[in-house]
Write a protein that binds this ligand. Sequence first.
Ligand code: FAD
Length: 307
Amino acid sequence: MLSPVLLAASRSDRTRRLISRVPVTRLVVDRFVAGDTLPEALEAVDALIADGIEVTLDHLGEDITDAAHARRNRDAYLALLEALGRKGLDGRAEVSVKLSAFGQSLPGGHDLALAGARRVCEAAAEIGTTVTLDMEDHTTVDSTLAILAELRRDFPQTGAVLQAYLLRTEDDARALAVEGSRVRLVKGAYKEPASVAYQEKRDVDLAYARCLRTLMAGGGYPMIGSHDPRLIELAVRLAGTYGRSPGTYEFQMLYGIRDAEQRRLVTEGQRVRAYVPYGADWYGYFMRRLAERPANLAFFLRSFTTR
Ligand code: FAD
């Protein structure tokens, strides 16, 4: 019951101001966010790479209200890619972008977001790495997949994200399970109506399993974006069924979540990538993480009483 309330709050400016002002919030945010600044994010990257875990970095910023902000977000990615280029990490460090941070929801937003994402893809290609387009709420899916198709003409390695909770996703998975297509499969993190999305966890999990099979059987590069032990086990089994060796698919998990499992998979020879968010605009991301797991909310609330 709490999850829809938290997801609604993740888009409320009033709650954003309230939560952001509470000093102890920071302690909990730090578990999920690698810091406010690029140097802090790069420190987290170094630690993960040293443990054999690859990364995809997300400069936090979404739901912006003007084009100047979209340009600032794009420039933050360009600075990030420049810094990653200096480290010489190639594909071990890629970036994830939310098109809403590049102005997708503004008037003329489709073209604005495409132009911003194209510039970031160019910069990524220059340092030998890739970009994945995060998926946001269901109203953005058509636009995001159309931008993906445009970008893939020049940058075929551009990654897509599919959300298993959407009723449409099995069709999208079939369409994207083609040679060279990088696809991250996730359950989905937004509050969606029953007209477009499964509402029960069991139905979402079953849909995830079906989409996972489609991706693993296809010619693309599946990126298993989940912490769910049963789905991770299923992915390993499907890799065996379809004759895939580690490196023809990868596991992805969020920074700060199931760290031990990330390391265990690496020691088993699997390719693992952590999604590392950083930046001052952590509110929406943080609230979605609280909504996913009641224990996170309890941890957050406890931090008020145990100081
Ligand atoms: P769940 O059933 O939610 O969780 C399984 C287990 O994982 C839990 O029992 C718990 O042990 C652990 N766990 C899960 N979430 C948390 C948490 N917040 N805190 C602590 N433990 C947790 N969603 C989108 O809508 N668009 C995206 O572009 C997107 N990108 C993502 C990228 C990556 C790399 C990952 C891993 C997730 C992404 N998500 C995205 C979020 C995703 O949709 C889910 O909301 C999230 O991954 C939780 O689902 P789960 O598959 O881990 O399964």
